[in-house]
Ligand binder design. Sequence first.
Ligand code: HEM
Length: 500
Amino acid sequence: ILRRIFNSSKPPPLSLPPGPKGLPLVGNILDMPTEKEWETFAQWGDAFGDICSVTVLGQPLIILNSTKIAVDLLDKRSSIYSDRPVLQMGGELCGWKNTLVLLPYGDRFKRFRKLFHNLIGSQAIMRQYFPAQELESKKFLRKVLAEPDDLQAHVRRLAGSVILRISHGYEVQEHKDDPFVTLANAATEQFSLATSTGQFLVDCIPALKHVPDWMPGADFKRQAKQWAATLVEMVEQPHNFVKQQINAGTAKISFTASMLESKPLTEEEEFDLKWSAASLYSGAADTTVSAIYAFFLAMTLYPEVARKAQAEIDAVVGNDRLPTFADRQHLPYVDALVKEVFRWNVVAPLAVPHRAAQDDVYDGHLIPKGSLLIPNIWKLMHDPRVYHNPFEFKPERYLADALAAEGLGRQVEPHPRESCFGFGRRICPGMHFADTTVFASCVTSLAVLDISKCVERGVVVEPVNDRTSGTISHPKPFKCNIKPRSPKAVSLIQSSDEYF
Ligand code: HEM
């Protein structure tokens, strides 16, 4: 009896959120998935609850498998959860620690965010970029028509071209191998690999970064050196280009040119400028590529969706001109289709980890200082409790009228923007830019192109419908057939490049 009284007076010690049982000392290191981690994390969510945890060599990882919990912690308690982890491979060895995405929460972070906000921080600001986005979308269509088999390369060029105009006043070259687009592609692909959760042992055992390069098992150090060199080139080359243009008196208006010309910069200010401009275009390049490429995949797999969107465009815009941003408010189905692109293809399935700056307690669980919080955006976008038949591409889910017509009594489903761009003070600063870039390319492509499955020797080729692993996930290469909708469509694409 005494033991019972004694024990009941003491609250039980708080523990981490539940999760798979690990081994002594190394914890869950053997449980960590090496591919598409988000799928395993979602299964852990089903088994242990929407907030669950694992520990890898003493480092707690807290996995968030519902929007409510992600908002409760990362939004509502953003004073605790706005820091980033120190990533040894991607951040320290490869150098991405100087870009916004891995900057620790602090003054430099706030300065970068302010610059981003002034440049692309609202829908209203985005209006000034509409002409450039429309123009680049048209150039993209021309390239797709000329070489439909090189779709992915054209998408990469498109994604790089709009942001490089804004960041450095650089006009991407017409041919496929533009040097800056090539550099940005290489660097962002390497970022995705270098920062992938749990892929490099050095992220769990930081002391490994001191092993000499020649040691067996130190391949990661040699790899990091190469990747660091690509990143430096990606930062320096466009910056030096703007300086040369300023000296020659030919610099176009851009973020970098206006900062360089405003006043003489200190070394630190110039460093900040270089790395914030690089954050801008490295943040934009690979992410929008994934979304636009996924749009083509979705249209190949769901031709009835494309047909409905085209019927809406034909009725609202007609066939004498290309659609513009001004049409968007009159194109609810196309607007819903763009939302569905962001949900169906999750560009950043695990976002980027947020780090707890102090101990916290949530729902009776301890979240110790230094824990890494990982919102499983892939699960949030494919949660059958939130999205009906989540693996199906269905724009109707956002349209009350369309759902009412189905007569199943279903409610409109949440706008993917509520989760797919992350949370709190680290929410994606490029979300409006991403939305308008993806809208422009979807709507113009639908207006003039027919996208369908390939037929080879009389047999329909099913497109590969799979995704790559990494911080930024892409549809794996797939085949599709792209044709102009009509001779009129061809003449619209070939018409002069006046801003329309
Ligand atoms: C398909 C488009 C995009 C998606 C789905 C996306 C998604 C995300 C996500 C999930 C994060 C992490 C947020 C968090 O930690 O909670 C993020 C961060 C970031 N994104 Fe995006 N993004 C996209 C496009 C862009 C574009 C176009 C830009 C730049 C123009 C950009 C720049 C950034 C930057 C700089 C960060 C780091 C922010 C920080 O750490 O404070 N992104 N994005």
